[in-house]
Design a binder for this molecule. Structure first.
Ligand code: MG
Length: 203
């Protein structure tokens, strides 16, 4: 399986990092070795001194598809969860400045903690799914799928023009404003609506 992540999908987040608002979805990949499951801890890596959290809604793909048409895009997923797109921001800034790929800063081991998944039928409106992140008990990010620049279906149509999506793939759909650094000893908690889905201790 693979993880495909959308970047700059919330206007306020693009602005906070001084990025342009994209005209089409920006995406990058993480390998399966990035995944952390079952609320296991994240071990702060020695190659960075600024690891940022980015809480995101995550779609689980349920069947293979390429060149997906907009009217069928919704048939490719029916489960959603919460994930954190950990980013070595110091390395990413340096790579961006040099015009180099971001992988080292985004795809490292443990950079993708994910929650369990719930059926999307739990939500009346897929364009109104609230989610949030708490750091040490304080809410640091508040998002809603309705604020995405590119909605779930638009994302799948775009990605599948270039890359076949397969059953079990995960799509990180972008982070809202409020990203910030973690330190050893911090606890992150991700919420889907009111429900706590994910806990990550930084060690
Ligand atoms: Mg992200």
């Amino acid at each position: 399986m693979k993880i495909i992540c959308i970047g700059r999908n919330y206007v306020e987040h693009a602005r906070e990092l001084n990025n342009q608002i994209p005209e089409e979805p920006v995406f990058f990949l993480k390998p399966d070795t990035a995944i952390i499951i079952r609320n296991r801890p994240f071990f702060y890596p020695d190659f960075s001194s600024k690891i940022d959290y980015e809480v995101e809604l995550v779609l689980k793909i349920k069947k293979n598809g390429r060149h997906i048409l907009p009217e069928f895009a919704h048939t490719y997923y029916d489960e959603i969860g919460i994930g954190i797109d950990f980013t070595a921001r110091d390395m990413q800034e340096s790579l961006k400045t040099k015009g180099l790929p971001w992988e080292k800063a985004k795809a490292f081991d443990g950079s993708a903690p994910i929650s369990s998944f719930v059926n999307i039928s739990k939500f009346n409106d897929l364009n109104d799914i609230p989610f949030s992140l708490r750091k040490n008990g304080e809410t640091v990010q508040l998002g809603n799928s309705g604020l995405m620049i590119f909605d779930f279906n638009t994302i799948l149509v775009h990605i599948s023009k270039y890359i076949t999506i397969k059953m079990g793939d995960l799509i990180f759909t972008g982070t809202p404003a409020g990203v910030g650094p973690v330190a050893i000893g911090d606890r992150l908690e991700g919420f889907l609506g009111e429900e706590k889905m994910l806990k990550v201790d930084i060690k």
